[in-house]
Ligand binder design. Structure first.
Ligand SMILES: [Zn+2]
Length: 100
């Protein structure tokens, strides 16, 4: 069954992993990671692609390198914002994301 995937979200997840590996000073808890992803994704345009069994086959004509640059820039901003106002201390043992 084919389904829709937001390619931007996939890229954000991948790049966040790389950024966290490179930045040992950042908090790696799930709350902060989700906050960073939420923050970045709200600033980025979604790119929906049809995928089948996890395999994306409609990427041929899309400029992924340009999107990647945007994703990394948004992640840097998001990390700054979350590092300044981390929410992990207020929600001990709770990993739910508040819905606005
Ligand atoms: Zn944290």
């Amino acid at each position: 069954m084919a389904k829709l995937t937001n390619y931007t979200e996939k890229l954000v997840k991948e790049e966040l992993k790389n950024v966290l590996l490179a930045r040992g000073d950042l908090c790696h808890c799930r709350t902060c990671q989700l906050d960073i992803m939420t923050h970045a994704l709200n600033k980025l345009p979604p790119h929906y692609v049809a995928s089948e069994g996890g395999h994306i086959h409609t990427m041929v004509n899309m400029s992924t390198s340009q999107l990647k640059v945007q994703v990394i820039a948004a992640l840097v901003n998001a990390i700054d914002a979350v590092a300044r106002h981390p929410r992990h201390n207020k929600r001990k043992g709770l990993n739910t994301v508040s819905r606005k």
